[in-house]
Ligand binder design. Structure first.
Ligand SMILES: *Cc1c(COP(=O)(O)O)cnc(C)c1O
Length: 406
């Protein structure tokens, strides 16, 4: 095998764009100040850099700079948004609505809120991964304070109808939050335009550095208030104390600016490559299906189940050369089938046979050719060894087989 390494796991994290690294470098040494030091030029320069980056991030999502709170990443932003809203508004109501397909940072925060006396509805999604708008509306009660729906799903790339959800929430007078980590910087995400009031996103999913993220918090119509989850020096308008990660913020700002200018051309190029990968694999390999709605989907993602093949084993046939993900990276330490795919109605076997390919800014045409070839060989190899595949080929109805317990 060649030494070749192909990275098709950009939904787990993206490489940092070299232009971003370049922008960050001075802030490690030449400009070492604390952005909260108001009494000397080192502090002023750091604060200036943070202000500029805040503008860059705000411009990407078309909000006011003051509405951007820097955090350590989307996990923290999700925690701050959900727990912060719950604590601030719990006297008004204690009910939150979210989806079963949300990221763990949202689902686990919601579980914590239940322990704190909150009530959470975890809505099913349709088989294509989209929210059922009628079910969502019907779930809202006079106790509901917040609806939380992710903009785009990390495992399938499915994009939710945020505008329609925003209309429902506006009509019912409840706050709408979105984990937009997988969408910001890749497709147009303008929370104000669609009625999203709070929005979490992260730098390292859009070619910025790791360990820095943001929360958009609407300042008017409505003015959202959050109970801080981190107490201290009162940074970030009191919502998130802690010395600002100046180099990280500068990098995040630069990444946001590049994304704003290049996202359209990136998306066009990547959707063509994604389609090539997808059709290549589906044409080469019978009994393969794409998971999630293909008409409302991120341009760089495809999630495919190769029936009668176990995804983890399949990955081992090529993971010296190609990085992909089976299920989500956050749960791949356990052998549970992906809860997201299970929520789409896939049985355990289909969920276990799925692979997520997520392309990125640095993916090349040549790499896609290589991946089609390697994955095709891998699936064929696994199926050649599989008694289940043999039975399937012989026309035995696999549902009629009584499996031995072990
Ligand atoms: C990656 C991711 C997160 C977590 O972001 P971090 O910045 O790594 O904490 C949250 N939500 C979604 C949808 C993600 O893809």
């Amino acid at each position: 095998m060649s030494e070749r390494l192909i990275y098709l796991d950009n939904n787990s994290t993206t490489p940092t764009d070299p232009r971003v690294v370049e922008a960050m470098l001075p802030y490690f040494y030449d400009v070492p100040g604390n952005a909260a030091s108001r009494n000397h030029p080192f502090g002023w320069k750091a604060e200036e850099a943070v202000d500029y980056a805040r503008e860059q991030v705000a411009k990407l999502i078309d909000v006011e700079a003051k509405e951007v709170i820097f955090t350590s990443g989307a996990t923290e932003s999700d925690n701050l948004a959900l727990k912060g809203v719950f604590e601030m508004y719990q006297r008004k109501g204690n009910h939150i609505i979210t989806l079963k397909t949300e990221h763990k940072a949202v689902l686990d925060s919601c579980q914590k809120i239940e322990k704190m006396g909150g009530q959470v509805t975890y809505l099913d999604v349709n088989n294509d991964g989209l929210v059922d708008l009628e079910k969502l509306e019907a779930a809202i009660t006079d106790k509901t304070i917040l609806v939380s729906v992710m903009w785009a799903n990390n495992e399938t790339g499915v994009i939710q109808p945020m505008k329609e959800i925003g209309e429902i929430c506006a009509r019912k007078g409840v706050l709408l939050m979105s984990d937009a980590t997988q969408a910001v910087g890749k497709i147009e995400v303008h929370p104000k335009e669609v009625g999203v009031h709070i929005m979490a996103f992260s730098s390292h999913k859009m070619y910025g550095p790791k360990g820095i993220g943001a929360l958009y918090v609407s300042r008017k119509n409505p003015r959202v208030k959050l109970t801080a989850q981190m107490d201290g020096g009162g940074h970030e308008r009191g919502m998130r104390s802690g010395t600002l990660n100046v180099p990280g913020i500068v990098g995040f700002g630069k990444a946001a600016e590049i994304a704003r200018l290049e996202m359209k051309s990136d998306a066009e190029r990547l959707s063509a490559l994604r389609d090539k990968l997808e059709t290549g694999l589906l044409n080469n390999l019978e009994e393969s299906v794409v998971n999630g709605n293909i008409n409302h989907r991120m341009p760089h993602v495809t999630n495919i189940s190769f029936k009668h093949v176990e995804g983890e084993g399949l990955m081992m046939t090529f993971n010296q050369n190609i990085a992909v993900s089976s299920g989500s990276a956050c749960t791949s330490a356990s052998l549970e089938p992906s809860y997201v795919l299970v929520a789409l109605g896939l049985g355990d076997d289909l969920a276990h046979s799925s692979i997520r390919f997520s392309l990125g800014r640095f993916t090349t045409d040549d790499e896609i050719d290589y991946a089609i070839d390697a994955v095709t060989k891998g699936v064929n190899h696994m199926r050649d060894l599989s008694p289940i595949w043999e039975m399937y080929k012989e026309g035995i109805d696999l549902n009629s087989v009584i499996w031995q317990e072990h």
